[in-house]
Design a protein around this ligand. Structure first.
Ligand SMILES: Cc1cc2nc3c(=O)[nH]c(=O)nc-3n(C[C@H](O)[C@H](O)[C@H](O)COP(=O)(O)OP(=O)(O)OC[C@H]3O[C@@H](n4cnc5c(N)ncnc54)[C@H](O)[C@@H]3O)c2cc1C
Length: 404
């Protein structure tokens, strides 16, 4: 299905535009400077407006809109809301809620009632805890069975929204160290410690690290007892799509900001915005947006189509879309610095914040260098497979005497 982006942009403006202008934008710089995240009341208001649960199934109170639409909506949220942390947080929450719902449908319906439905209503906030200072194939965070209890110990180094989460999907090694499970942990569980983490940018997301010490969990908390890595991959894949999406809007907003900042400037008796070099730089910024957009839109459509026919599969094009959007955003932020003089660098003008925020997408979900390596490895593997198939075909033809 091809989406009319203009129609989505109008919908976002009509439904959420005033909320962003009145509640989000005036306090964005404050949140950035003080590492303040969105309070529970604001999050609940977002749920009431439909910013939470946009893609969630109507059976749990969601709007049941498509992933493709969500990608376009996130772009517009990124454009209208002057806080990169907002679409980042919303997209994490959306995916986490859908993932719990997905697990609930695999024969664990109590998870839907306890976590997914309240999350869509804005009464619960689910985080996703995967990363730690260890290889994902060998998580140090582990679960040991003791009688009818599961005991969780370990540490997770980053949780988007961790400061406001009420529960988390936690990935942990199983007792024999041979497998990974995914299990729900709640903020009030004894032995859970949440500590704020300060970062270069995206400071409004409420970033936190979590420690687990002898946290006792019951069987009904388990999302999946095995193959947690495939479970986590669903999240990783969707996160890469959404990261590619909201960056588009933030880049467009930055271009507007730079043009607006330059308007009053006169240099050598001429308006700075009339210099051809200025226009060319704006042109380069816009072309970077369009480059990222062409890949992102392709991936929104493809993700939606694959979801319907094949379920959630790892798609290398999704990684490429996240990679391209991130590199484009860094290019746009770099040009913005060069065009804006001191205003680009000084905090009160709000231009440097974009650069710091955009850098947050570099390490996220595997990191840019890891994506390069993943794509390169795939290309090499595909070539080897192709050559092997050709060799096999030649051998068969030899046997049949076709080549002599
Ligand atoms: C703002 C922010 C929010 C986050 N939120 C969450 C969250 O909610 N939940 C969560 O679980 N995690 C979260 N993370 C963590 C994030 O997902 C990790 O930082 C990311 O997965 C990279 O892991 P790492 O930091 O351990 O990097 P490392 O694995 O230590 O990688 C270091 C460097 O090596 C590169 N590298 C790694 N593997 C390869 C390879 N095979 N080939 C080539 N290069 C490679 C990486 O790209 C990177 O440049 C967040 C991070 C940020 C910045």
């Amino acid at each position: 299905m091809t989406i009319d982006h203009g129609a989505i942009a109008r919908e976002v403006e009509e439904r959420f535009g005033d909320f962003f202008r009145e509640k989000i934008n005036p306090t964005a710089a404050y949140r950035d400077q003080t590492y303040t995240t969105f309070d529970q009341e604001t999050l609940r208001e977002m749920a009431r407006l439909g910013l939470i649960g946009f893609t969630a199934d109507p059976s749990i109170g969601g709007e049941g809109r498509t992933w493709e639409e969500w990608g376009h909506v996130l772009e517009e949220i990124g454009y209208l809301a002057d806080d990169s942390g907002l679409p980042m947080l919303l997209s994490y929450r959306e995916t986490a809620t859908n993932l719990v719902h997905h697990s609930g449908r695999q024969g664990r319906p109590h998870l839907i009632e306890r976590y997914a439905e309240p999350a869509v209503r804005g009464e619960a906030f689910i985080g996703w805890l995967y990363t730690e200072e260890k290889d994902a194939l060998n998580f140090e965070t582990n679960v040991v069975r003791r009688g009818d209890r599961y005991i969780l110990n370990g540490h997770k180094s980053a949780s988007t929204g961790g400061l406001s989460c009420t529960a988390w999907i936690v990935y942990a090694s199983t007792e024999d160290g041979q497998d990974t499970m995914a299990i729900m942990v709640e903020r009030g569980d004894p032995g859970v410690t949440v500590t704020p983490v300060r970062s270069l940018g995206l400071r409004s997301i409420g970033l936190a690290e979590l420690h687990f010490q002898d946290v006792e969990l019951t069987e009904d908390r388990i999302l999946t007892p095995s193959d947690g890595l495939s479970h986590g991959q669903i999240f990783i894949n969707e996160r890469r799509v959404t990261g590619a999406a909201w960056l588009l809007g933030r880049m467009r907003a930055l271009i507007d900001r730079v043009i607006e900042d330059t308007q009053p400037k006169v240099r050598y008796n001429r308006r700075l915005s009339e210099f051809d070099t200025f226009k060319a730089a704006i042109g380069r910024m816009y072309m970077a947006v369009e480059r990222a957009r062409s890949m992102a839109y392709r991936v929104f459509e493809r993700t939606e189509a694959r979801r319907a026919t094949m379920g959630y599969l790892h798609d290398p094009l999704v990684s490429i879309a996240k990679y391209i959007s991130t590199e484009a955003a860094l290019e746009v932020a770099d040009i913005a610095q060069r065009l804006s003089g001191g205003h680009g660098y000084f905090e009160p003008y709000g231009i440097e914040r974009y650069l710091r925020d955009f850098y947050g997408l570099v390490p996220i979900i595997g990191g840019q260098p890891a994506i390069e390596a993943e794509i390169g490895a795939r290309v090499i593997w595909q070539r080897e497979r192709r050559l092997a198939a050709q060799r096999k075909q030649l051998q068969t033809m030899h046997y049949q005497g076709e080549l002599v």
